[in-house]
Design a protein around this ligand. Structure first.
Ligand code: KG4
Length: 339
């Protein structure tokens, strides 16, 4: 008999549902929330309300696109955390309600495990997947971590950001440049036309494998402030160069610690994940780095970099095979952990 998993993701501002059958993705539906654009960042209360509106039609669409009915479901996997509590509650409660109605088990998925396991999302049964152990550079709007994945469930955070996440650095600097939220993709687009050496921004000097992006952000602000003193239209005159220099500094910071982690662990496979892994500079730099050091690189398809339920359903599928179900008393959690 086939194993059919419905995955539900609602940790931040994307409502998503996906169907994975015997480890192969059949559908992945994502409703993004435009409501946050005018605020320049995600407004938690508005995010929960939008999830409430979206969750039923999104799950319905995922089932229809997969050609699967609710009666076919073996289990329902949902993101339990970390993330925004109000948002997580929508997905968690929906999963519990549907599972009670259908009498099928529920599986809780750690959002970070989902991002790390996004490389296991298969469109075809023989798609290439990484072997354990591997290093994952997980970079998104809320996370910047170096994770050692020893198995589907055994993961260790080797380094994390001590202040802003990489995506926040992109988004906050983009905001100063007057670009729409989220600014990361706009910086990426502009950077392609600019000179990455036009400006020099501060890089952190932090021991170990932890990241920091606050110094870069401050030095970016100082550059803008000084530039505006002599040219009132400094930002527009230097848009592409500012974007290219910012992007290359963020990339350097990320690769520097990745290199340390590779040396420290001796691991030969590198995987990237999270929204910022959609960035062209990050993707090229990781591919080049791995090429140069004879490491195997896994760069995700762009659609699986940002929050999506395909990764939740895939992570849920592995837990299903191990019969790791969760209790109805299980509640969402907001804080970052990979346990
Ligand atoms: O994983 P994700 O969808 O959710 C959060 O954890 O928030 O990541 C969103 C982040 C945002 O900061 C966004 O600006 C960034 O990913 N992002 C990018 C690119 N695409 C998305 N940053 C740089 N370049 C991109 N192409």
């Amino acid at each position: 008999m086939s194993t059919v998993i419905l995955g539900i993701e609602s940790s931040c501002d994307d409502t998503s549902a996906a169907i994975v059958k015997d480890g192969v993705l059949l559908s992945n539906v994502i409703a993004s929330q435009a409501v946050h654009e005018e605020y320049g960042g995600v407004v938690p209360e508005l995010a929960s309300r939008a999830h409430q509106q979206n969750i039923v039609p999104v799950v319905d669409a995922a089932l229809k696109r997969a050609g699967v009915s609710t009666g076919d479901l073996s289990a329902i996997a949902f993101t339990r955390g970390p993330g925004l509590l109000g948002s997580l509650l929508v997905g968690t409660s929906f999963a519990k309600g549907l599972s009670l109605g259908l009498r099928c088990p529920i599986i809780d998925v750690n959002h970070l495990h989902g991002h790390v396991l996004a490389q296991f999302i298969k469109r075809n049964p023989d798609d290439r997947v990484p072997e354990f152990p591997f290093l994952c550079l997980l970079v998104s709007g809320g996370n910047s971590q170096l994770i050692l994945a020893k198995s589907y469930k055994d993961m260790e955070i080797l380094g994390r950001t001590i202040d802003d996440a990489a995506g926040e650095a992109f988004d906050k600097c983009a905001k100063v440049m007057g670009l729409p939220y989220p600014g990361g993709p706009h910086i990426d687009r502009l950077a392609a036309q600019g000179n990455p050496k036009a400006f020099r921004f501060a890089k952190p000097h932090i021991d170990g494998l932890d990241y920091s992006f606050s110094g870069l952000k401050t030095s970016f602000l100082y550059t803008i402030r000084d530039g505006l003193k002599t040219d009132p239209d400094f930002i527009n005159h230097n848009l592409a160069d500012l974007a290219a220099s910012l992007q290359s500094t963020i990339v350097d910071i990320l690769i520097d610690k990745l290199d340390k982690a590779v040396r420290q662990t001796g691991v030969r496979t590198v995987v990237i994940g999270g929204g910022v892994s959609a960035n062209s500079g990050v993707r090229n730099a990781v591919a080049d780095y791995c090429d140069h050091h004879n490491l195997e690189a896994f760069i995700p398809a762009r659609e699986f970099t940002t929050d999506n339920a395909a990764m939740v359903a895939t992570a849920g599928y592995f837990k299903y095979l191990d019969k790791e179900f969760c209790q109805y008393s299980s509640v969402p959690f907001a804080r970052i952990t990979v346990e």
